[in-house]
Design a binder for this molecule. Structure first.
Ligand SMILES: [Zn+2]
Ligand SMILES: [Zn+2]
Length: 285
């Protein structure tokens, strides 16, 4: 039987609801052979997760998911795997992004207040559980106040790109993102290619361009990829000589419909995906 893995997850260090330690424990409970923690623009959960994974003897991949500048219709997230999360260049880059994010949250809060919503910074801090604050926390407050029926509506009405309280995120250029992950000794993978929202031919051309910039892999296996789309990406990766990665994008209670290791019930990332990435990383060192 193929053992399954999950190389795309979030903890309380970004916008997930499980602590890094709880996440590793859950990975063991659901029988994962390998787990990557890939919080948004932060490596703060990695030491805790790595320690717990050593204890429980799960293969652990220190990762990160960086939001990258993209002029197209969707959004571009870049995964870094096997990173040295103490590398000075990486730490410095992520610290700068964090400062920019703090400003962004305050700006969105001000926009919500300007829309007549009674919402205070202390409430946002309280629902964040002490971790990195982001839009899901604002969304949860809007739900709690009965202003919207669920998280999706909160994003649609207020927090999504183009919505009334949206403020764009500070982002690295693709060049900067590839460079910093490689400096930290990691491999790069294009997260959920589907969400670039490009037609197949455009996507192919864009991935060829990214490969020239330093892309190592694409996330072929993903919760919201249909079997046909996964097949298309697996073929594309093979054609272009890229590795593949895969994961659920687990966020715990902040995206309750997505389960660790199995997504919406349809996901199975084979262990072989981890082994190939690991091998490539070892060769690179
Ligand atoms: Zn993402
Ligand atoms: Zn993610």
């Amino acid at each position: 039987m193929t053992r399954k893995i999950d190389l795309h997850t979030h903890s309380t260090a970004s916008d997930g609801s499980f602590s890094p330690k709880q996440l590793v424990r859950l990975a063991q409970e659901v029988g994962l052979a390998a787990l990557a923690l890939t919080d948004h623009d932060t490596v703060e959960g990695l030491a805790e997760a790595e320690q717990e994974a050593q204890k429980l003897q799960i293969s652990f991949v220190p990762g990160v998911e960086i939001s990258v500048k993209f002029e197209g219709p969707g959004h571009f997230h870049l995964l870094g795997y096997f990173i040295d999360y103490r590398h000075p260049a990486l730490v410095e880059t992520l610290t700068k992004l964090k400062e920019a994010r703090a400003c962004r949250n305050q700006l969105m809060l001000k926009k919500l207040q300007a829309l007549g919503i009674d919402i205070q910074w202390e409430e946002v801090v309280a629902v964040s559980g002490g971790g990195e604050i982001g839009r899901p926390h604002l969304a949860r407050i809007l739900v709690k106040k009965g202003l919207v029926k669920d998280i999706d509506e909160a994003f649609e009405k207020y927090l999504a790109k183009g919505a009334s309280a949206y403020v764009p995120k500070a982002r690295l250029t693709p060049e900067e993102a590839f460079k910093v992950i490689h400096q930290a000794g990691g491999l790069t993978s294009l997260a959920h290619p589907y969400y670039l929202k490009l037609a197949p031919e455009e996507l192919t051309a864009y991935i060829i361009h990214l490969k020239e910039l330093g892309l190592d892999a694409i996330e072929a296996y993903y919760t919201d990829h249909s079997p046909e789309y996964t097949r298309f990406l697996l073929d594309l990766a093979q054609k272009l000589g890229l590795l593949v990665s895969g994961g659920s994008d687990f966020h715990g209670d902040n995206k309750p419909e997505i389960a660790l290791g199995s997504g919406k019930g349809n996901l199975l990332v084979p262990e072989e995906v981890y082994l190939r990435l690991y091998e490539a990383w070892q060769k690179r060192r």
